[in-house]
Design a protein around this ligand. Structure first.
Ligand SMILES: [Cu+2]
Length: 221
């Protein structure tokens, strides 16, 4: 056999071996899951779940609970105020706003009692500026509007007391922008369930929306 042929057989054998090895590694490798950022009482952490909701990894991004605690305090204060007997003896006359469109409302559910996060797409067709002042759900004790903010390269969350939406404007809450932090669920919720969310606007306008519960690795509606 000449030297060239020997070399050719050698190279072919090596290529076949490398190819098989690479295929085997790919085949038996764990599937890749994305990090998701989670807002908790103790700060912001990132977690990784498999499709069954098993925790694969977690690490803190920022342990700055101050903003969350301040928001909870504020929520409790409001709740106390709401619980005190009304001065006038009248209930607030809330009106459902037909010209506010809220679609693709969904909630990312996380295992082990971590807060859930709500997202939505809002369109303001009222013809005037709209001011979103809060959100409520009878399925959660706490619902807070949160903005994702980068400070010194670190992601933290800041409570939004209100969000202004200009006439004909839109508001999008998504995993890369803002979320509704939902805590203290009143019933066992699972992926595929729906919860009601009430959006409150300045001037006693409300919008009631059904939101779809999704798993920890969901990225959109
Ligand atoms: Cu948050």
């Amino acid at each position: 056999m000449n030297a060239f042929l020997k070399k050719l057989i050698g190279i072919t054998a090596l290529a076949l071996f490398a190819g098989t090895a690479w295929w085997a590694v790919e085949y038996f490798k764990e599937p890749q899951y994305d990090w998701i950022e989670v807002c908790t009482m103790e700060g912001v952490k990132r977690v990784k779940y498999d499709n069954e909701g098993n925790l694969l990894a977690e690490e803190w991004i920022s342990q700055v609970p101050a903003h969350v605690l301040a928001a909870i305090e504020e929520a409790n204060k409001t709740e106390t105020a709401n619980n005190s007997p009304p001065q006038t003896g009248f209930e607030e006359p809330y009106a459902e706003l037909d010209k506010v469109q809220i679609e693709q409302c969904w909630v990312r559910l996380l295992p082990s009692n971590l807060p859930a996060a709500g997202y939505f797409e809002l369109k303001n067709n009222t013809g005037q500026e709209l001011v979103l002042t809060g959100v409520e759900s009878k399925d959660y004790g706490v619902a807070i509007l949160h903005e994702n903010v980068k400070k010194q390269g670190m992601l933290t969350m800041v409570a939004l007391p209100e969000v202004r939406i200009p006439a004909s404007g839109q508001l999008s809450f998504s995993p890369i922008t803002n979320h509704i932090m939902l805590e203290n669920s009143n019933r066992a919720l699972k992926s595929g369930d729906f919860i009601g969310l009430i959006f409150y606007f300045q001037g006693n306008g409300i919008k009631t929306v059904q939101c779809k519960m999704k798993g920890p690795n969901a990225l959109s509606y």
